[in-house]
Unconditional design. Structure first.
Length: 100
């Protein structure tokens, strides 16, 4: 991915689901973004106004702000393939053309 990715992860304190989402997101970042990202982890207990501004209704929620379009994933982010698909960060696979 050439463009820098801006991500926001909304969590509720230090709950097990919040910790699991952070760990799973770190795996996705290490595998797919390779330094081309900015991540902001937002605790909605400390900053409820930020969650309200971004219309966050459940936590953990991961929001991809840039590149457009904005995408959101709710949950602990344990299904890495679905996270990549949901955030439109899928790695383009080589296409092969069969000779007829």
């Amino acid at each position: 991915m050439a463009a820098k990715c801006i991500l926001k992860l909304y969590v509720t304190g230090q709950t097990p689901n919040s910790q699991k989402a952070i760990e799973n997101l770190k795996k996705v970042i290490a595998m797919e973004l390779k330094g081309a990202y900015t991540l902001e982890v937002i605790d909605v207990l400390k900053h409820p106004q930020l969650a309200e501004e971004d219309k966050i209704l459940a936590t953990p929620t991961l929001t991809k702000v840039l590149p457009p379009p904005v995408r959101k994933i709710i949950g602990d982010l344990s299904d890495i393939e679905n996270v990549l698909l949901g955030l439109d960060l899928t790695v383009e696979k080589e296409q092969t053309v069969d000779a007829v």
